[in-house]
Design a protein around this ligand. Structure first.
Ligand code: SAH
Ligand code: SF4
Ligand code: F3S
Length: 469
C-alpha cells in the first residue's frame, strides 16, 4: 500500500520547487503526497530562516507533530517519520536535533537527492537521536534528481541557479544555500520541455540571484540569463516566461533587451532594492546606489514601457535614521511600484548586521513600516485601477472561492477572477477588466483558445458570449 507523505513548505519559491522535487525523489519509495499531517507516514517541514518569525514557526510546528506522532503510536499505528529540511535545517541542524528529540532526519537544501538513503537509515536508527545531512556536497543534487514524476500545473517553477555570493550584511541565504551555482543550459531546456509536455504553459525561472545566471551553454561557453530566456522562448508550448529574484547589479544589457524582444517574457519584474538611502545600501553591502537602481529601471522602461515593477524593502536596518527612511519613501514615490514586499529588519544569527550596536527600536520600525506600506498600498491600488476597461491575457489556474468562479494571473502577476466554466482551467484567455480591488481584479472572458476546448469536447463547445456569463 502506498505510504503517505506530507510536506509543509515555508519561505520562497525555491522551497516550493524543492518540495515538488522531494516528492519526486520519494515517489519511487512508495510515498504519495497528502494534504494533511495526520495519518501521514512521513512529515517533512521545508523551512525558511530569512527572518526570526519564519524560523520560530519550526519549533512550534514540531511540538504539534510530536503530539500527532505520539497519538498515532498509542493507537497502534505505524511509525511516523519526521524530517526537517530547508534553510533552518541547514543553519540550525544540530540545535533542532538537540531540542526536538522526535525529529528523525535533518537535511539541507543541497542534499535532498540523498533522501532514499536517509530514510533507510532513519528507519533503522535506534540511537534516540535523529540523523543529519547538511553538507554542501561536491556533487550537484540536480545531477541526481529523478525526472519529474508529476504534472507541475499550468504555471511551473524551474530552478536554474542557486546560492548567493553577494553577502548582503542582513541576509542568511549565502550561509543556508551556499555558493552560487548555475545549471547547464541543456538540462534546463530539457526540464522545460518536460514541463510543457506535462501541461505547463508558463515557466518561472528561479534563483536566489537568478540574473547572476552563468550556466554552461551547448557551445561550451558561459551563457547569461538573457541568452537562456531567448533559448526557452523558442521551446514550443512555452507561452509565458518569468524569472525571480534578481539583483540590480546583474541586470545586464542583454537581459534588458529581452524585455523589448521577447513577447513570451511577461512585463513584470521583481527587482529588490531594500532601501532608498545610499548610506544604508552601503552598510547593507548592496554595492549599488539609489541612482544606479534608478538608471537600471530607466533602461528597463525604455526597453518595455509597460513593465510593472516590484521590490523588497527592509525597514529599520541598524542605524537607519529618519532621513534614510525619507530617502526610501522618495525612491518609492519616484519608481511607482505595481506592488512590493516590505519587512521589519530582523537580526539573523551569524550575519554582520546583527552585530551592529545601533539597532533601531521596535516601535520606530513599526511606525516606519506602516508609513511605507501605506504608500506602497496606494501605488498598488492605483496600478490595479488603471487596468479597469483594459483587456488582459489571463492564465486560468485555479477555482475561485465563489461558485462558478475561476482565478488566474494577469501578465503583471495580479490575481484575476472570472465567472467561467471549469473547462477554461489551464487556458490563456482574454479578460476585460471590470473591477479592481486592492489585491485582485475581476472581469469577463472575451476570447480564448476555445478551438482547443472544442477539439476535446465537440458537443460542449462554448462561445465567447457564454463564457461571459
Ligand atoms: N536574493 C534576493 C532576496 C532573497 S531574501 C535579493 O537579493 O533581493 C528575500 C527578502 O527577504 C529580501 O529581499 C529582503 O527584503 C528580506 N530579508 C532578508 N533578510 C532579512 C532580514 N534579516 N530581515 C528582514 N528582511 C530580510
Ligand atoms: Fe541575500 Fe543579498 Fe544574496 Fe539576495 S543578494 S540572497 S539579499 S545576500
Ligand atoms: Fe527562506 Fe531559504 Fe528561501 S531562508 S527565503 S527558504 S532561500
Amino acid at each position: 500500500m502506498a505510504k503517505k507523505l506530507y510536506i509543509k513548505t515555508y519561505g520562497c519559491q525555491m522551497n516550493v520547487y524543492d518540495t515538488v522535487r522531494m516528492t519526486d525523489v520519494l515517489a519511487p519509495l512508495g510515498y504519495e503526497t497528502t494534504d494533511r499531517p495526520d495519518g501521514a507516514d512521513m512529515v517533512i517541514l521545508n523551512t525558511c530562516h530569512i527572518r526570526e518569525k519564519a524560523s520560530e514557526k519550526v519549533f512550534s510546528e514540531l511540538g504539534q507533530l510530536r503530539k500527532l506522532r505520539d497519538r498515532r503510536e498509542s493507537e497502534g499505528g505505524d511509525r511516523m517519520l519526521i524530517g526537517v529540511a530547508g534553510c533552518v535545517a541547514q543553519a540550525e541542524g544540530e540545535e533542532i536535533l538537540r531540542r526536538a528529540k522526535h525529529v528523525d532526519m535533518v537535511f539541507g537544501p543541497q542534499t535532498y537527492h540523498r533522501l532514499p538513503e536517509m530514510v533507510a537509515e532513519a528507519l533503522g536508527n535506534t540511537s534516540g537521536r535523529g540523523i543529519s545531512d547538511t553538507d554542501f556536497p561536491v556533487e550537484s543534487k540536480f545531477d541526481f534528481l529523478p525526472e519529474e514524476s508529476q504534472a507541475h500545473g499550468s504555471s511551473a517553477f524551474l530552478s536554474v541557479q542557486e546560492g548567493c555570493d553577494k553577502f548582503c550584511t542582513f541576509c542568511v541565504v549565502p550561509y543556508t544555500r551556499g555558493a552560487e551555482f548555475s545549471r547547464p543550459v541543456t538540462a534546463i531546456v530539457d526540464e522545460a520541455r518536460r514541463l510543457v509536455a506535462n501541461g505547463s504553459r508558463e515557466i518561472t525561472l528561479l534563483g536566489q540571484n537568478v540574473n547572476g545566471f552563468h550556466g554552461e551553454g551547448p557551445d561550451g561557453k558561459s551563457w547569461r540569463l538573457g541568452r537562456l530566456l531567448r533559448e526557452l522562448a523558442e521551446v514550443d508550448g512555452i507561452e509565458r516566461l518569468r524569472y525571480i529574484t534578481s539583483h540590480p547589479n546583474d541586470m545586464d544589457d542583454e537581459l534588458i533587451q529581452t524585455h523589448r524582444d521577447l513577447s513570451e517574457l511577461m512585463p513584470y519584474l521583481h527587482l529588490p532594492i531594500q532601501s532608498g538611502s545610499d548610506r544604508i545600501l552601503e552598510m547593507m553591502n548592496r554595492k549599488h546606489t539609489g541612482d544606479d537602481y534608478r538608471r537600471v529601471i530607466g533602461k528597463l522602461r525604455d526597453a518595455c514601457p509597460e513593465l510593472a515593477l516590484s521590490s523588497d524593502f527592509i525597514i529599520g536596518f541598524p542605524g537607519e535614521t529618519d532621513q534614510d527612511f525619507a530617502d526610501t519613501l522618495r525612491l518609492v514615490t519616484d519608481i511607482n511600484y505595481a506592488q512590493a514586499y516590505s519587512f521589519k529588519y530582523s537580526p539573523r544569527p551569524g550575519t554582520p548586521a546583527a552585530g551592529i550596536d545601533a539597532q533601531v527600536p521596535e516601535d520606530v520600525k513599526s511606525k516606519r513600516l506602516a508609513m511605507l506600506q501605506e504608500l506602497l498600498n496606494a501605488q498598488q491600488i492605483s496600478f490595479n485601477q488603471s487596468m479597469v476597461g483594459k483587456t488582459l491575457s489571463v492564465l486560468v489556474e485555479r477555482k475561485g472561492r465563489e461558485e462558478g468562479q475561476l482565478g488566474g494571473r494577469s501578465p503583471y502577476m495580479q490575481s484575476v477572477f472570472i465567472q467561467a466554466p471549469e473547462r477554461l482551467m489551464g487556458q490563456i484567455v482574454d479578460v476585460r477588466i471590470e473591477t479592481a480591488r486592492p489585491n485582485s481584479l475581476t472581469g469577463s472572458v472575451v476570447t480564448g483558445d476555445f478551438g482547443v476546448l472544442d477539439a476535446h469536447n465537440g458537443d460542449d463547445a462554448i462561445t465567447a458570449m457564454e463564457a461571459r456569463i
